[in-house]
Design a protein around this ligand. Sequence first.
Ligand code: ATP
Length: 255
Amino acid sequence: MSETFVEITGLKKSFGPLEVLKNIDLKVDRGDVVCIIGPSGSGKSTLLRCVNLLEEPNAGKIVVNDVELTDPDVDIDSARTKIGMVFQGFNLFSHLNVLANLTVAQRKVLKRSEEESRRVALHNLERVGLSEKAHAMPAQLSGGQQQRVAIARALSMDPDVMLFDEPTSALDPELVGDVLGVMRQLADEGMTMLVVTHEMQFAREVADKVIFMDGGYIVEEGPAAEVIGNPQEERTREFLARVLDPTHHGPSDPV
Ligand SMILES: Nc1ncnc2c1ncn2[C@@H]1O[C@H](COP(=O)(O)OP(=O)(O)OP(=O)(O)O)[C@@H](O)[C@H]1O
């Protein structure tokens, strides 16, 4: 039986007069992968940043694994450790080797011992296929490898859910496949994931649900075959035409 694991209700977020998230409702079952697509400025990153408590919503409720993140009494630092986030840039500490990049937050935030944090780090480097890079410095790695280290770092905090914000868009095209391969493997292992992406093939093959955001709302939601393959909304069709065929010249982004 499916079980709601992430529940977002009536979420609103404004920056000054700019209403970025207007009224977001979203339910994600445990182990599901939700891909979030939509035009630039539609609020996709802001939605992830609210789930990760990097932004404080103006209204609404976010519950992850029975913890209400929007409860004013919640311990934000401890709640945030359960939400793994991977950004477009890898944000590794350039002066620390790969292993130290993976152990530092475990030691500081989770208070794990050096031995335990190294064990967890090495296990997660193996998961992303980078065991042999434990002692490399970030600058010695390709962008794809650095992103896989960033994924291993997030996994090392034992997250309930992983959020990915365009994790491959800063990468050279030949490096994209390795990162998507790791994400695919996490999906197969049952990780609950919210992924902002333009990788339609990945969404088609891996997502349990695709949501299309526009103007701060979710305007379409359903299986990839419906939202990507047979969208009901004109603006979804227009967006997909542009993403899938960059030579297509349609009207500019709806506002
Ligand atoms: N901290 C902020 N302060 C002011 N405005 C912001 C802030 N963060 C985001 N915005 C604005 O909110 C709107 C939505 O931004 P957001 O990054 O969520 O969109 P997006 O759908 O992720 O776009 P993209 O695909 O280009 O990353 C944009 O107009 C952006 O300029």
